[in-house]
Design a protein around this ligand. Structure first.
Ligand code: BGC
Length: 765
């Protein structure tokens, strides 16, 4: 094995391994066996990243390292290229030289990363390469729509392509590891980070996460165009109380396992090599010090053999959580829980050796943690080719290629959701006089959303620019700021709105209002934008609104004053053209919401798969007071999960479960007929929902189980076939075992979570 290893290794490293072989003689052969202490108690490293060959290579390095050098592999620092959190001024170059840095993040140019890599490989005692991480969340240079938007395409193949392009671009600029996908199920629109995830449903979040993992990592993680994926934030970050970022998470074990964990697990099953801890606590224990999450569940139950990185300074934050008395115990808690890499706290470097000396941490745990890091570095091909991402020539031509920008446009148009379209107000005829009005109409920067990595506005068109490309008769007025009370622009807006055939308003949120540390208590449009809408509507009834924003908004006061609303999210580098493809009718909108839009913020968290309660409200007894309902607002959202209009219409019929009775384990076949009843071709997303009518514990009123996208010409119909397995219907039963239950199941197939065409079946023993 040593020979293979040596052959593939850089010169400096080669010398070291030869020396090792000579010194240890037969010992080197002994090093081929997997060491005791590496295999977890359940022996579960099998499954993910288990290769004898790589374990041998890891062994050969472990033998060379001192305790301090092992700890070095567990330390990660930010480069000051980009700052994504509070940072400590640490002189990292010296630390790299001493072998005390295993990973860096926020360094993202081939030349800078090559410079740092050279110090690690050629000047540090053992020449172990650095793993360079970065938040490549929805694109690197070519920015794609925000993740919440992309999820509205319900197209995992498309999302996989986005991740592949992101990997091609980022790896050309020195990056080898992305802190993505975020698989946090998000049900509270007040939370700014809903923009980074795939919405409220765990099946969809998991499938989107898995698609991203496949796209980033490709089929071979060691390829110089592959990024190591990181599933985050384990666990339950989306459930922060009242939508306030970093806040407490207090959910039951059943909800944790049944709703939040499956999405991470699905993405990990796609082969993700790393996991990031969440900032929040779960059941009183900060995720970053949770042995239960990071070892019991992740490693022992799921068999994960990759690495776990803390979130930004999350180990230090154990002090604020109040579960660690001092830095030493915070360090011990995190490493003992199974957190391999300390992101930016600088606690492992300062305190881990001491924690071992005091007996708070067994050195074998440090070994285990270090092995995980080295293992992933091997899988990532870093030992064989540490400079794989530092080719400055490749970098020069790697970004914003035409095909990438085309993809950005395509994804944008497939992510937009048409919320309203009274009397077919859209699409707009090219002959019309159109007044483009609104605080976001001429913004380029906002289109990129938050977490735009190395993205910039070079070559980015605003919605106004893109409208001018397509429509000859355009006037423009900003009308108002995004927020505040400056009404001086109203007069000009009124003037051009009066003269126009149609007003196209571009309103919404600043991109700074979403993402991390961007929670809000009010999700409606700021009052100045509502006033502007009133002013415009006062002189022109044909108001079409394009919304640019990163969370579900409260649109109750907007709907009555608009004839069409297109939810365009933050659509990315070439997003404006994608949006105008819809405005002009070149593309028939097909996006579907992956988060419910409430009528009032007071309804959140609101999601389609709620429980029935003991006093369910039904529209046929609206006068009844003592029901689970609000006094002045319906329970239902304004726009439900799965919803989105098209320029055509679809009709569902003949929803049919093949048999009435099934034995446990038998596949269940469901068919439905869907027809395009309108005049133009379109893509429909047919969604399958199931309700387990009676369970040993209460069950959601419906759950998404599958979906299919179908292209239909006008008048065309298709029979869609779904197949459900026992696994699809399994859940955590009363005794917390996971499995199916007998009894009746209701089924619906339709274009959103309110689908009314259905059937039923029974499961028998
Ligand atoms: C975020 C992570 C991110 C990390 C590194 C943290 O503040 O929570 O999602 O990956 O910073 O930038």
């Amino acid at each position: 094995m040593t020979e293979t290893y040596i052959e593939k290794t850089s010169g400096r490293w080669r010398g070291r391994v030869y020396t090792l072989v000579m010194l240890l003689g037969i010992g080197a052969v002994v090093a081929c066996t997997v060491k005791e202490g590496f295999i977890s108690p359940a022996g579960s490293t099998e499954g993910y990243f288990h290769s004898r060959e790589i374990e041998r290579r890891v062994d050969s390095i472990m033998r060379l390292l001192t305790l301090e050098e092992k700890i070095g592999q567990l330390c990660m620092y930010t480069s000051h290229h980009d700052i994504t959190g509070p940072s400590t001024p640490i002189y990292t170059e010296d630390l790299i030289r001493e072998g005390k840095v295993g990973a860096m993040f926020n360094a993202f140019t081939s030349s800078h990363n090559a410079y740092l890599q050279r110090i690690a490989v050629e000047e540090s005692p053992h020449g172990i390469p650095i793993l360079f991480g970065y938040d490549v969340i929805h694109g690197f240079k070519t920015i794609f729509p925000i993740n919440l938007a992309m999820s509205c395409s319900w197209d995992t193949t498309l999302v996989e392509q986005v991740a592949r392009v992101s990997a091609m671009e980022a790896t050309a600029s020195g990056v080898k590891w992305t802190f993505s996908p975020m698989c946090d199920v998000s049900r509270d629109a007040r939370w700014g980070r809903v923009s980074e995830g795939s919405g409220e449903d765990y099946l969809l979040c998991g499938k989107m996460g898995a698609a991203m993992v496949r796209g980033y990592q490709g089929t071979d993680m060691s390829s110089d165009t592959s990024l190591v994926a990181c599933v985050k934030h384990l666990a339950g970050y989306g459930a922060v109380q009242a939508g306030r970022d970093y806040h407490t998470v207090d959910i039951t074990e059943r909800t944790l396992r049944g709703v939040y964990l499956p999405a991470y697990k699905t993405a990990l099953d796609a082969g993700a090599a790393s996991v990031m801890t969440a900032f929040n606590e779960v059941d009183g224990c900060p995720a970053t010090s949770s042995y239960y999450l990071m070892t019991d569940i992740l490693r022992n139950e799921w068999g994960f053999g990759g690495l776990v990185v803390s979130d930004y300074t999350a180990i230090m934050e154990l002090l604020h959580h109040g579960t660690a008395t001092d830095s030493l115990s915070a360090t011990a808690q995190a490493i003992n829980a199974g957190v391999n890499i300390d992101m930016e706290s600088d606690f492992y470097r300062q305190y881990l050796r001491l924690a071992v000396e005091y007996g708070y941490v067994n050195e074998r745990q440090v070994d285990r943690m270090c092995r995980d890091v080295l293992r992933i570095k091997f899988y990532a091909g870093l030992f064989d080719n540490p400079y794989q991402n530092t080719d400055t020539i490749r970098e020069r031509t790697a970004h914003k290629k035409d095909s990438y920008m085309q993809l950005s446009r395509r994804v944008a148009r497939e992510s937009c959701v048409l919320l309203e379209n009274e009397d077919m107000a859209l699409p707009l005829d090219p002959a019309l006089n159109i007044a483009v009005i609104g605080p976001l109409a001429d913004s380029r920067d906002d289109l990129l959303g938050s977490w735009r990595a190395a993205g910039d506005t070079l070559g980015v068109l605003s919605i106004l620019d893109a409208m001018r490309e397509r429509y000859p008769h355009i006037t423009y007025a900003k009308g108002s700021p995004l927020m505040g009370d400056d009404t001086t622009g109203f007069a000009r807006a009124r003037e051009i709105a009066t003269a126009a055939d149609v007003v196209l308003m571009v309103c919404g949120e600043s991109c700074q209002w979403t993402g991390e540390a961007a929670s809000v208590t009010d999700i409606s449009l700021p009052s100045i934008q509502n006033e502007l809408l009133q002013v415009v509507r006062g002189v022109n009834r044909n108001v079409v609104m394009i919304l640019l924003n990163g969370r579900p908004l409260e649109l109750t006061s907007v709907v009555p004053y608009t004839c069409a609303i297109l939810e365009a999210w933050f659509p990315g580098s070439n997003g404006a053209r994608g949006v105008v493809d819809i405005i002009s009718g070149e593309y028939n909108p097909s996006g579907r919401l992956t988060m419910s839009f409430p009528r009032r913020v007071g309804q959140v968290p609101i999601h389609y798969d709620m429980k029935n309660t003991g006093r369910p409200y039904t529209p046929d007894n609206p006068q009844q007071k003592y029901l689970s309902r609000y006094l002045f607002t319906p329970n239902s959202p304004l726009f439900p999960f799965g919803y989105g209009l098209s320029y055509t219409t679809y009709e569902y019929s003949d929803v049919n479960v093949e048999k009435e009775h099934y034995l446990t384990g038998e596949p269940i076949r469901i068919t439905a007929r869907v027809k395009n009843t309108g005049k133009i071709a379109g893509v429909e997303t047919a969604q399958l929902y199931v309700r387990d009518v009676v369970g040993s514990v209460t069950r959601p009123v419906r759950e998404l189980k599958s979906w299919q996208k179908v292209y239909l010409e006008p008048g065309e119909e298709q029979i869609i076939v779904f197949s459900l397995t026992e696994k699809d219907l399994s859940f955590y039963r009363a005794d917390m075992t996971w499995g199916i239950e007998t009894g009746k199941y209701d089924v619906w197939v339709g274009g959103d979570s309110n689908a009314s065409e259905g059937d039923y079946f029974y499961i028998k023993d």
